[in-house]
Design a protein around this ligand. Sequence first.
Ligand SMILES: Nc1ncnc2c1ncn2[C@@H]1O[C@H](COP(=O)(O)OP(=O)(O)O)[C@@H](O)[C@H]1O
Ligand SMILES: [Mg+2]
Length: 240
Amino acid sequence: MSLLSVRGLTRDFDGLRAVDGVDLDLAAGEVRALIGPNGAGKTTLVGMIAGRIAPSRGRVILDGRDITRLPAHRRMRLGMAYTFQITSVFTGLSVAENVWLAARRRVRGAGLAQAVRAALARVGLEGRADQVAGDLAYGHQRLLEIAMGLAQRPRLLILDEPTQGLSEGEIAGFQALVRDLAGEVTILLIEHNMAVVMALAERITVMAGGRILAEGTPPEIHANRAVQAAYLGGDDAADC
Ligand SMILES: Nc1ncnc2c1ncn2[C@@H]1O[C@H](COP(=O)(O)OP(=O)(O)O)[C@@H](O)[C@H]1O
Ligand SMILES: [Mg+2]
């Protein structure tokens, strides 16, 4: 059975259909990349999956349970965690405090400190636990957001353009982290760096104009004519 199923998910914004009848199934433990040109509807789709954006139509099913009407915090308790395109760390708090606040959504009591330490270690920020989050370099803030997601011990981790603004070295670290998590956590990764997508994803879903254009393994997507056309149609093939 799929961990996550989406059926006919649709969202209209003032006459614009940003997401148009999307069906999607994620198997437990898989790493799925979601790609597509700017404006394809990727962020809106995962916003509806996470409960941050209300669908105009359609359903979201987690582990066989219809969660379409559950608010975001209830979905978090069911094991969904996400980082969004815009960083959302509390800049006035320390790195550890940020992770502690996130961990508290899912983990209680004695396990809390351990969950914070483990999440920071996993992204390589254990040495910066007491630093003020706002003083971190941008790349480290993005890693902190991933630690905040991991501290919730998620079953499904949604990452919206996590490598945006990261250096080459930080991207390599991120790839190692996802490989380490693969199999343990189901990951839905919106990513525009195609090298990262091809290296990490078991399957790739391609969106364009609010719809699913193609879905398949990295080699299948690489060879797909419709996908090539969607990208070559723009003036920047890397802009996805
Ligand atoms: N809050 C909003 N209000 C109006 N239009 C929106 C809103 N959010 C997204 N859109 C529009 O919906 C479309 C899909 O956007 P988005 O989901 O952000 O795409 P992507 O993440 O693939 O770049 C775009 O045309 C965008 O301008
Ligand atoms: Mg987006």
